[in-house]
Ligand binder design. Structure first.
Ligand SMILES: [Ca+2]
Ligand SMILES: [Ca+2]
Length: 399
């Protein structure tokens, strides 16, 4: 009887799960009769897997029609390009190409009671590496990028800017969140728990502030629409018997912000900023803690500063860049970007990751021209020079 009692909760919970037909487990993407090979990705970018790498990893390419190949990440089939797949044979110069991302905070979100509790959705608490999986099924119609080969720019007016996000994530210090009277934190992830910059603390004799933080905002387009500035701070102390106990001043980008608040709570700040207030060499924000409330515990921690701004067509010697393209009334948005940093012999590709398109470009010297089809929404794009395409160097069998 004692043994049955021990297992009863488990049996009951299995029964409940069995009844819930809508229950999913996150592993629905796996086909257990297929073989899977894994490889790690810790940086965003365009990746290629060569014939030689696939063969060296033990994948029986000679018996696989390349059109059957699939790549999965985050439980979803990815859109890929396979050079030379149309003949049904994976030749020695054929390769797989796709855009891949590192691991950010997307999966950690579920550990917080509310999505908005997560102090930095762009930063994983545990690991920056995402695992990608390669497999092949029996179909020859799998997810593929749509090729865009149009290089006829006649009749188009060039875009004057694109959207660029400059972001600083801070992660030098882990805060466990609010503590109770005994100095113990709650077991779940609270809204003041995660990775932050070292706390701003006016009672710290070594470093009482002001604290200056700089964000690299190269080449803002001054005639463009307002930039969107976001900052996330939390109270990292609570001085008992006093409310409010935090006082923060912030200046920078033409702003002058002054606030007081109490205890362990998040302080998410959003501002609209004229792009002319941003500086190419770095926009500086100064945080001052006046220490004028009589609070003996006034620690405030910063998790990120994010600035989405209109960026001029000057790429500033970059060899690759992540950007967003506005939607427009014309069929395609025409970009002519200058000051590309890669060797002039390098070809350049643009990925529209919103619409899963692989766009060819026309390069001349340090400038590059291309057309992004308009589809009714702003498009997340990635421009990459040939020499900045990353290679997957090894894949490991999973099963
Ligand atoms: Ca081929
Ligand atoms: Ca207090």
């Amino acid at each position: 009887m004692r043994n049955i009692c021990r297992f009863l909760p488990l049996i009951l919970s299995l029964f409940v799960w069995g009844n819930g037909s809508a229950q999913t487990y996150g592993n629905e993407w796996i086909n257990f009769s297929q073989q899977y090979y894994r490889f790690p990705v810790s940086q965003d970018g365009v990746y290629r897997i060569s014939y030689a790498t696939l063969v060296a990893s033990g994948i029986p390419l000679s018996s696989i029609d390349p059109r059957r190949i699939q790549i999965f990440a985050k439980g979803e089939e990815q859109y890929i390009y396979i050079n030379g797949e149309s003949d049904g044979v994976f030749g020695t110069s054929d390769y797989i190409e796709f855009y891949a991302e590192h691991n950010n905070g997307w999966f950690d979100t579920c550990m917080y009671a509310n999505n908005t509790d997560q102090p930095n959705p762009e930063l994983s608490l545990f690991n920056d590496t995402l695992v990608y999986f390669l497999t092949w099924n029996s179909s020859i119609t799998n997810r593929r990028l749509t090729p865009e080969t149009d290089k006829n720019f006649t009749g188009y007016t060039a875009e004057t800017y694109f959207w660029y996000t400059a972001r600083m994530n801070y992660y030098s210090t882990y805060f466990a969140g609010e503590t109770d009277d005994y100095g113990v934190t709650v077991p779940e992830y609270s809204n003041t728990e995660g990775w932050f910059d070292r706390a701003f603390d006016p009672n710290d004799t070594w470093d009482p502030g002001p604290y200056t933080r700089s964000v690299y905002t190269y080449s803002p387009y001054n005639a463009g629409p307002p930039a969107k500035l976001e900052m996330h701070l939390v109270g990292a102390s609570d001085y008992a018997g006093l409310s409010p106990d935090h006082h923060v001043l912030m200046t920078g980008a033409g702003l002058n912000f002054d606030t007081t608040f109490n205890g362990y709570i998040p302080l998410h700040l959003s501002f609209s900023v004229n792009p002319s207030q941003l500086t190419s060499s770095g926009t500086q924000f100064v945080f001052t803690m006046p220490n004028d409330l009589g609070s003996n515990a006034d620690r405030v921690a910063l998790s990120y500063i994010d600035i989405e701004y209109p960026h001029s067509i000057d790429l500033g010697n970059a060899t690759s860049i992540s950007f967003e393209a506005n939607d427009g009334a014309v069929l395609k948005a025409y970009f002519t970007l200058s000051n590309l940093g890669s060797p002039v012999t390098d070809s350049v590709l643009v990925y529209d990751n919103t619409n899963h398109k692989r766009i060819l470009t026309l390069r001349s010297g340090t400038s590059v021209r291309f057309l992004v089809p308009n589809t009714g929404t702003q498009k997340k794009c990635f421009l990459v020079s040939e020499s900045s395409v990353k290679a997957v160097t090894t894949l490991r069998p999973v099963n």
